[in-house]
Structures are given as C-alpha cells and as structure tokens.
Design a protein around this ligand. Structure first.
Ligand SMILES: [Zn+2]
Length: 863
C-alpha cells in the first residue's frame, strides 16, 4: 500500500521533516493534553526557533477553531494565530473524515479516517496549532444539519466538544461555518450549531456534571466568533466585519503565513488539497456571535500576558524580556542560568492550565538551549507482546552546560536504570536495554477503534483519559531524569523505530508491540448463487482460515478455529487442528460454506476466532495486523477483524473474461472474481486494441481516469474497442481541477460534483424498466436497491447527450429527480456505460443488487 507521492521533491521532504519535528517540539502542549510527537530528532531546535519560543512564552491567550472535517480549517489563519499572535491555538474537528473519497489509495471508512487524522497532525506540525476530535463518525455527505445531528448522537458530540473546551480553556472560540445552508454540507452547519451550544454548556455546571468529577472545571470563553468566507458559491464576508490581514511575513521562519498555510494544507493529500505558498495580503473576516465584538484584536478584553496569573507572575515577564534581549543565537546555552531562574519562579505559581503549559514550553526551551539530544530507538518496527524488547537510549549534551543523567524509567513497565553520569560536551552516551515486554496490550490500536461502534454515526469512546485526543500515546515511552544546571527535569521520549533507507536517509517510525497470533479469513465475500450462462451453478469459494504466529519460538500450541454468526454471536462451526506450527508460521484450514451455512438459521455476516492453547494457557484471537504506509505521514498500524458477507441469491452471469483498470481505491476486482469472471489487469503496457479485443467487458475502478496517466491517450483505444463491439463500464470519476471532465466517452456529458444522491435509501424510479440493464440476465426490482449503505450515487452525469439512455431516476428529499446515476449508450457495435451508482461501496458490503447490476452491465448485448 505504499503510495509514491511526487508532490514534494526529496530535498524539500528532508527539510520538511526537520521542520515538522521542530514545530512539534515548539508547540506541543503540556501533560496528557499534548498531541503525539510523530518525528523525533532528539529534541534539538535551531536558535531562530528557540527565540520564537521565548517570545511565545510571553503570551497567555488561546483560541479554539471548530469545524466538521479534516480540511475545513483555515490554514493561513491558524499559523497566524499560533506564530504571529503567539496564542495557544487548536483546531477541533468534529470528525476524522472517514466517509470521504480517498485520492491516493484504496483505503475507505475507518482507514481513511486514520490517514486524515495523521494528515491533520502533519498540518498542525507545520502551522504550530494543536489538534482535537470528538467521537463523531464521518458517515458521508449530508445535505442537512438535521440529518447530521440525527445520525450522530447529538448529545454525545456536544458533550465531547464541551469536554475539549473545559480541558483546553480557550479565551475565544471561532466557528468556521454558519448553522444554515450557506455552510454547504450538513456536517458543516451542524458543527456551527454544536459550537454555539458547547460554548454555552461548557460554562454551565449543570451540563455534563459527570465531567466535573473527571478532572475538568467549567469554562466561560470570552466570545464566540464566526470566521466568514467567500467560497463554495457563498460570500458571507462584508466590509463592516472585523478584519485581519493574516498574510504577514515572519522573519524567524522566513515565510509568510500564506506560505506556511499552503504547506500545511498540502498535507491533506488524500483529499487532493495541494495548495500554493501564497505571498501577500490575505484578509480574514469575523463576525461576533456571542460576547462583545472585538475592535483591536480577536482577544480584546482578555489579559494575555503574565498578569493573568497574578501579581507574582509579572516579574516573570520582565525576566523573559531580559533573556530575549541578551539571547545569543550562536551560544543559546548562555541563557540557561536565567532560564533556570525563570523555571523556578514559574514553579512557585499556584497550579493552573497555563502554569502547566508554560512550564512544559520552558522546559523544551531549556533542553534546546543546552543542545540536549535525547532519544530511545529500536532497530525493529515491532516486537511480540511478552517477548524481549531491546532499545538504545542515546543522549548528547552539545553545550558546556552542566547536565547529569540521573536515571531513566519506562512507561507501562516496572523498570528503572540508575545512571548518575555527568554528560560531557558533544559525547554520545548510549545505554542499551533488553527486557521482557508487557503482554497482551494493543496500545497501538487507535483508541476510537478499540470498541465496536454501537451507532452508525459514532465511535464508542467514553474513557476521559483519551477522549478528544488526536491519537493514542506511544506504545512505550522512556522518562529520562536529568539535572540541568542543578534543576531536575523529566524528559519523555517515545521508543521509536529508527533506520536508514538508502534513498530516503534516516527514517523514524512508531514502534509497536503486536499480539502473538493473528487470524486471517479469506475471502470476505462469498457468493453462493452464481449461475453461468447455461444455468450451471458455480461452486461457492470455501472459506480459508489462517492463524499466523508472530512468535519466534513455538510453545507447542494447539489450535481450535470457530465461526460465529455476527448478528447472534452464536458459534456455527468449530474445528480443531492437532498438529500445528511444526516450524511453520501459519496453519490454514478450508471450510466449505455448506458445512455451516443455512440461510434459514444463520445471518449473512460471519466472523471467526481462533483459540490457541500453549503452556501459557488458552488465548483467543480474531484480528489481523494492518499497516498503512504513505510518505507524508508516519506509518499506521491497526488490528482488523475480517467479516465474511454471504450473498445468498441467484445471480446470473454472462461472459467469461473481464479486463479491469484499477482506480484509486475500491474492491471491484475482488467482486468480479467472486462473480466467476476471469479478471485481467489493463495497464499502460497492454492497453492495445489487439489485446483488448479478447475481453467480454472492461470495467474501470473508481476515478481510474483521474489517477492513470496512460488513459489520457488510452481512452481513445478503449473507445475504439467499444466501436469494434466491446463493452466499457466506467465507474465514477471526478471533474479535473480545471472543472473539465476527463475525456472518456463517445458522446458528451458532464460529471458534476454537486450531482449526487446521498440518502442510501432514496427511492429509485425505473424510468425505462424494459432496458436490458434492468432485465438481463438478472431482473432488477426495487428489492435490489434495499440494504444499500452510505449513498446511492456520486459524481453523476449531467447535461447528458441524447444518444445515451438513462434507465434510472432518483433524488434526495426536497430535490429534483436526477437521471445521471447510470447512463449507457451504443457506440459502433459496442456499449459504453458511466456508473455514478456507488457500487464500489455496496459490493464489499455484500449487497446482492449491486452484484446483479454489475453482472447485467457486463452482459449488455452487442449492438
Ligand atoms: Zn468539510
């Protein structure tokens, strides 16, 4: 699943990752409310960044920006607030963007949500803001606020937003959207409504009082603003609104906030949101929703200096000014004595959110001023829970400061290593540790996926220890106790996998502890009723259950497989295996469906589990390890349970050989194989008329014309194939960035991003019921449109040439009927079809009607 992204050159990338890390260090917040630092270079930062951090130390004001999705945030405003105004700045995205379309790979749903979460974190590391979430699931496009708030658990989303506000305690909250149709998306208007309600509820002790016994206090923010906009066909700005130019230049960064914003937004790669580095004026507009209107700055009326923490704190400000005035960028360690004094002064203040936040920020400045590099690295990406783990702690004091490493300890493990070593200038001190790891803890599993969802629109997260956070804490962290100039600091670093790639250079990735066994079930779709042209039944593919051992040494384990009806949880089949793992890493059994599947008593969702018995007792496993790899974000590991969908209906197929052109992410190829076709991939290398001539049909994956450069020319070969009697079935594509439809079709039509049917149960009208696509070889009825998920149709055809036939019509509530979900037409001796219908979502979900439609499209008669 590696995606090669040519957006950044190698040179820009290396610079970029250094920057990522530095920014993370600069602005990550205190205690449990800090985001995960994904890249670790030991903790160093250049002098310009130390100076920037010192200046930020003087500002005690904060802003929380709230919207619905990854990419809703204002990417020039956030760095302006974090680095120019030097406010503590955060973005609360109600969702993780699970339901969108993935432009860079095959991941959908929760996997896409993980990618987009990490893309937000990558953007935040550039713009200096923090990132938070609620437990709302992004279920796909929603046209109304009411629908969004109904599918989400409205009260839980509100509670989560209140929890973030009560923790973070923003002075000013900024909504991105209005609570009405101008927001353009039901989630957007719902986010505005939730923001307003949360602003009020956070200050009310009678709202969500259970939070108040879990470590937070009520919070009254000063004002609620709306950051008005001019995009998506709505201009909500006006000249009488409060205005700021956020395009100003930051000399310490060597960039304007428009440039930083362009870089941050370009992290939203899975959405194709690459943007230029903008130079020059950028005016942002604000209107006041609650509280008095600002006249000078967004934080008018808030004490944003040290006076905020009382009379005793004022001298801290004077001391910081003195450090800034005397700061020597060539020898930042000269500032250490003064910085240590300020640290002690801060320690004397009464406890508060600001005290914790500023102590943490100052500690990072002190570490950087001492040129102190601290890291804990492994040479392998993962180890098995309970097995030995080895890692090396490396610490180097690159200044003349007096630094002693007293000891280091491990999180989640009872381990302390006493050291007592004075660190001499620019010497590497290495300590290698080997010890048994804790067993049976899947710390790497994203916390919002640790329990199965109970509602379609919500993840199940009730643990206040993680609620609101962007990601889990690292699997293992090391706490180094160091004395710097006589004061003891605890420096925490994650244990990370560090290696050298001969092309990329030094790389750092998360280290994880994995379960000893995994279970893999294949295939996850089984069709029991596929009938060939002559009415002969194709045998259903048997299930393959494979237990994979991750252990180096086998403990003479015995294995027992079980299959369960997911709906009832009842075991429907079990099989023990006597002799397993004789030097092998895997053991597989094959189970024909006939042994357990009876549609009268068993539902069409089957799960599996495996019990492994060894000298350590019996443990159950039902998941396999998955890994998502992209260059612009850290690697993502998670555990996935396979669910087998049984499609138990007669489905007639015609034709034998189908060509498939991969798109940017769908499982259509697997579906074609389960339908019994011989599937061959069409690529740039074999897209020739003579090769294509042998196929009964050619099917393209979603957005195939957007992601395959060879189709810019190759579409002509495909059309020639159609003209000669072929059958081309094109699943949806997006319009290009220039608004044009990629050339693909024999007759004109326009692909419209705005033409979609998002209600998955919208009524489907058969406007031409006699059309072969609804008749043969499978008769399509209203029943075939039952049980659809997420949406009916997307990126539909509009302005359709009269030579196409459009046999279906459908629409969302309160909208005009649209006929662009499926268009098909004769061209020469063959057929061309464009399919906006979301078959790509229905096929993996086991919706039988989608299989019948696909089979009918492939069977369209020669003309
Ligand atoms: Zn959005």
């Amino acid at each position: 699943m590696t995606a090669q992204l040519d957006v950044l050159t190698a040179m820009k990338k290396s610079y970029f990752f250094i920057l990522l890390f530095l920014m993370a260090l600069l602005f990550s917040s205190n205690s449990g409310w800090s985001q995960q630092v994904s890249q670790n270079n030991g903790g160093v930062m250049p002098s310009a960044f130390i100076l920037q951090s010192l200046r930020k130390l003087q500002v005690l004001g904060s802003v929380l920006y709230v919207a619905a999705h990854p990419d809703d945030e204002n990417n020039s405003l956030l760095p302006y607030l974090a680095k120019e105004k030097m406010y503590r700045t955060a973005y609360l995205s109600l969702t993780r963007g699970d339901g969108g379309q993935n432009l860079i790979g095959p991941e959908q749903g929760i996997e896409l949500g993980m990618i987009r979460t990490k893309e937000l974190l990558a953007a935040r590391e550039i713009d200096g803001a923090e990132q938070y979430f609620t437990s709302a699931y992004e279920f796909g496009f929603s046209k109304s606020m009411d629908e969004a708030l109904q599918i989400w658990d409205r009260n839980k989303v509100l509670a989560d937003a209140v929890w973030v506000i009560r923790n973070y305690k923003p002075d000013v909250i900024i909504a991105r959207f209005p609570p009405d149709a101008r927001a353009g998306h039901g989630h957007h208007s719902a986010s505005a409504q939730i923001t307003r309600e949360a602003f009020i509820a956070a200050a009310d002790p009678n709202q969500f009082p259970e939070q108040l016994t879990n470590g937070v206090t009520v919070w009254q923010a000063k004002r609620l603003l709306w950051n008005t906009f001019n995009f998506g066909g709505a201009n909500t700005t006006s000249n009488d609104q409060f205005k700021i130019d956020v395009g100003v230049y930051n000399a310490l960064e060597g960039k304007s906030y428009g440039e930083i914003g362009g870089e941050a937004r370009s992290m939203h790669k899975s959405q194709g949101e690459g943007r230029p580095r903008r130079k020059g004026e950028i005016i942002e507009y604000f209107t006041t929703l609650i509280g008095d209107a600002p006249t000078q700055s967004l934080l008018d009326g808030v004490a944003i200096d040290w006076t905020r923490l009382g009379q005793n704190a004022e001298s801290i400000s004077t001391s910081i000014d003195a450090v800034i005035a005397a700061f020597n960028p060539l020898q930042p360690s000269l500032s250490l004595p003064a910085l240590i004094k300020i640290y002690k002064q801060m320690q004397g203040l009464p406890s508060s959110v600001w005290k914790g936040y500023k102590l943490h920020a100052l500690q990072q400045i002190i570490e950087a001023a001492a040129g102190l590099s601290v890291e804990a690295n492994t040479v392998s990406e993962k180890a098995v829970q309970g097995d030995t783990i080895s890692f090396t702690c490396t610490i180097n004091n690159r200044s003349t400061a007096a630094v002693t490493l007293e000891n280091f300890t491990l999180s989640n493990q009872a381990f302390t290593k006493q050291v007592g070593q004075k660190l001499f200038q620019n010497k590497n001190y290495n300590y290698t540790v080997s010890l048994p790891s804790v067993a049976a803890k899947n710390q790497f599993q994203p916390y919002w996926l640790q329990q199965p969802k109970k509602l379609d629109g919500m993840f199940l997260v009730n643990d206040y220890g993680v609620l609101g956070k962007a990601w889990n804490d690292p699997t293992i962290s090391v706490q180094f106790t160091c004395a710097i100039e006589g004061v003891v600091f605890t420096i925490t670093r994650p244990v990370q996998y560090k290696y050298v790639d001969l092309v990329k250079g030094e790389c750092v990735q998360p280290f994880i502890l994995i379960p000893p066994y995994e279970l893999v079930v294949k295939p996850t779709i089984v069709l029991t009723g596929v009938l060939s042209e002559k009415g002969k039944k194709n045998p259903a593919t048997p299930l393959q259950l494979t237990v994979v051992s991750n252990q180096e040494k086998q403990m003479g384990a015995g294995v027992r497989f079980s299959l369960m009806d997911q709906k009832t949880g009842k075991e429907v089949y079990e099989q023990g295996v006597d002799s397993v793992f004789n030097g092998a890493k895997t053991t597989t059994i094959e189970v024909p469906l006939a042994r357990f599947y009876n549609p009268a008593t068993v539902s069409n969702s089957i799960t599996a589990s495996v019990a492994v018995t060894s000298s350590k007792g019996t443990q159950h496993y039902n998941e396999r390890l998955q890994k998502i790899v992209y260059d612009h974000i850290p690697n993502t590991h998670y555990l996935l349970q396979d669910v087998v969908k049984v499609v138990d209906e007669p489905i007639r197929v015609k034709g034998a050989r189908v060509g498939y052109i991969a798109g940017s992410g769908d499982l259509t190829e697997e579906a074609l194989i389960q339908l019994g076709y011989r599937v061959e991939k069409i690529t740039a290398a074999n897209c020739t008329l003579s090769y294509l001539a042998g196929f009964d049909a050619i099917v393209t994956g979603v957005r195939a014309y957007n992601v395959n450069a060879f189709l810019k020319e190759g579409y002509q070969t495909l059309l020639q194939y159609v003209q000669n009697g072929g059958n081309l079935i094109v699943q949806y594509n997006r319009t290009g960035s220039n608004g044009l439809t990629p050339p693909m079709a024999p007759y004109p039509f326009t692909i419209s991003a705005g033409s979609r049917v998002t209600e998955e149960n919208a009524e489907v009208v058969f406007s031409n019921p006699a059309h072969p696509v609804l008749q043969s070889p499978n008769l399509i009825t209203a029943r075939d449109f039952e049980g659809w998920i997420q949406e009916r149709s997307t990126y539909q055809a509009t302005a359709i040439d009269a030579r196409y036939e459009a046999p279906l019509s459908m629409h969302d509530k309160n909208e005009q009927p649209s006929s662009g979900s499926l268009i098909t037409g004769a061209y020469g001796k063959g057929n061309f079809s464009y399919v906006g219908l979301a078959l790509f979502r229905q096929l993996p979900a086991g919706v039988s009607g989608a299989y019948k439609l696909l089979a009918n499209l492939i069977a369209l008669p020669k003309r």
